[in-house]
Design a binder for this molecule. Structure first.
Ligand SMILES: [Fe+2]
Ligand SMILES: [Fe+2]
Length: 376
């Protein structure tokens, strides 16, 4: 498998198919039934061409033949980024938070965590409850099963940071409810995502299909591709000055997951639009971008009421627009904010964290291998 660049995947349609796999649409070698029964019944061979992103007729319980081998590759790549929050030392962060951060920096740190904690539960529920059950190819569902786990792992990671540093949980977890600028982003996401979060949402209806595509576009492109990717930067800005490095390293691992989530989701949207010969309505897209930008602007104004060394609300917004343009290109739609510059070039470096760097010297736990598992 070729290495995945976490910061630069402007061509998501490039082939990620391992050489050992058959080309897409290769039928399995099985004798053709005399009278073809319905796909998935005894005697019928499933062909890759039976599969579709949604509304497919293939056997949902049969992994291969692959129609979307890139989805299986995403699953394999996701398993290369396995960690738990317990492996990263938080000791210095406890000292930094209480003795080195200014009140402004504490405000930034706490509120970024407050936003992220709620966001990841939203992400987990959206994939697990709204998206996954509508996918009709198992290779898509299997990656999304992993994604659901990863979103839960991210929630554990934030909780581990909050607990380790000794933040008031009642306060932090309620901020999205009581701070309008945090609530604005969450409420917008809930409106976009909840519109398709019911099992009887009929995707054979073209209007519903468009609503679903737009909702998943929002999730993959904006919520994961922009708001998460760019959402960690205030804490990375502290890390660059030697502050809160444990939390920042945790966020780097989360960021690697999120880049894959966005890459996968954007690929699904592209394939869905092509298969269904569907085009996202340009006016609906413009509204989506404008809402996302306005919500982000309010959030940045609150989080970064005061600038800190090397970071401020204006930089945050410029970078949001720059990343939004990149995601739009990846999704095959027009750039929403032409001319936006890459004002934080170091952000992409964070996405390509070298896992080897001091990782094995610093890890404090080891995974139990199958042979070492005990069941008492
Ligand atoms: Fe996440
Ligand atoms: Fe995610």
């Amino acid at each position: 498998m070729t290495a995945f660049r976490f910061d630069d995947w402007d061509l998501p349609t490039r082939s990620a198919r391992p050489a050992s796999q058959p080309p897409a649409d290769t039928p399995v070698a099985a004798p053709a039934p005399l009278t073809p029964p319905a796909a998935g019944h005894a005697g019928a061979a499933t062909r890759a061409s039976d599969k579709r992103i949604v509304n497919g007729q293939g056997d949902i319980h049969q992994l291969a033949p692959f129609k979307y081998p890139w989805a299986w590759s995403y699953f394999l790549m996701a398993n290369n980024n396995h960690w738990t929050p317990l492996e990263i030392s938080m000791a210095q962060d406890v000292h930094d938070y209480h003795h080195r951060l200014t009140p402004t920096e504490r405000h930034i740190f706490e509120n970024v965590l407050a936003y992220l904690t709620t966001s990841d539960i939203l992400a987990m529920r959206n994939i697990g409850l709204a998206v996954m059950e509508k996918m009709t190819a198992p290779e898509l569902q299997i990656y999304q099963a992993r994604q659901v786990y990863e979103e839960a792992l991210h929630t554990w990671t934030y909780q581990h940071c909050i607990e380790s540093i000794g933040l008031d949980q009642q306060d932090i977890y309620n901020r999205y409810r009581v701070v309008p600028q945090i609530h604005g982003k969450i409420a917008l996401a809930q409106r976009r995502l909840d519109s398709v979060m019911h099992a009887d949402f009929d995707l054979k209806d073209r209007d519903n299909l468009h609503t679903f595509a737009l909702s998943y576009f929002f999730f993959a492109v904006v919520f994961e591709g922009c708001w998460f990717y760019n959402g960690f930067t205030p804490i990375f800005a502290l890390q660059r000055r030697g502050l809160m490095k444990g939390t920042a390293e945790q966020l780097q691992y989360i960021m690697r997951d999120e880049v894959l989530h966005a890459g996968f989701g954007i690929r699904v949207v592209r394939e869905l639009l092509a298969e269904e010969q569907l085009e996202l309505d340009p006016q609906a897209l413009r509204q989506l971008w404008d809402e996302a930008e306005a919500a982000e602007q309010a959030y940045a104004g609150y989080i970064l009421q005061e600038p800190v060394l090397g970071y401020n609300a204006d930089l945050h917004m410029q970078q949001f627009r720059f990343i939004a343009n990149r995601r739009a290109r990846q999704a095959g739609v027009a750039e929403p904010f032409p001319g936006a510059g890459n004002v934080l070039p170091w952000l992409d470096e964070q996405a390509n964290l070298r896992k080897e760097k001091n990782f094995f010297e610093t890890r404090v736990t080891e995974y139990q291998s199958g042979a070492a598992l005990t069941w008492d």
